[in-house]
Design a protein around this ligand. Sequence first.
Ligand SMILES: [Zn+2]
Length: 253
Amino acid sequence: MTSPFRIYAVRYAHRRCTSSEAFYGDHHAAPMTMDYFVWALTDGVRTVVVDLGFTEPVGTRRGRQFLRCPSKGLAEIGVDCARVEHVILSHFHYDHVGNYALFPRATFYVQDAEMAFYTGRHAALPAFRHSVEVDDVCALVRLNYDQRLVFVDGEREIVPGVSVHKVGGHTAGMQIVAVDHAKGRAVVASDASHYYRNFEERIPFNTLHDLPGMYGAFDRIRQLASAENLVLPGHDPQVLQRLTSVADGIVEL
Ligand SMILES: [Zn+2]
């Protein structure tokens, strides 16, 4: 038996957007907001960080409101990025992989399909290129040559109690994270479901790699999670209301 993990969401940035950006088929362009998070999982001995967030220069260039470096938020819950050994990268979009330099001791877990796609023939098409920073992708290639990436094709246990699961939809190699939590099996869905509403009402987000894969991802989230309230979406400001506040912009499941 492993002891259950505690799961924290740390908000580091914010922006205004519209419902048409968030929900496939929505033409109302109603104003809404989007938050940016990184997640920390810890059982008291092992710590796994899920996603890295973007750097302030990248966020500012893209018009995002940068609230703090993700490392500062993680430090508030006792996570020292310089000592973290396991980092799961849910996918390669700029808002999830920018701060690799803050994790000098980490191994980064990525899906084969994600690296193949963003180093492959379609990566430079505007529809896909827009969502990544080329410098980040190059850095990930370098990290691979430094033997600091672990490639996953599908599913893998990262540490006992934490596993990754490839899903389709948002990107070619999107992966979600299943976590043994005191309340049951939780899922850090990241951008397999940006908002609660995406998976609750089965409405895909509007930035997508393949539409049927989006629905498959919603199914997989529900299969893996013991209960719907144990799913953490990737960008929903409601995360800060539905979970338990532990510090400013930091909540615990
Ligand atoms: Zn994202």
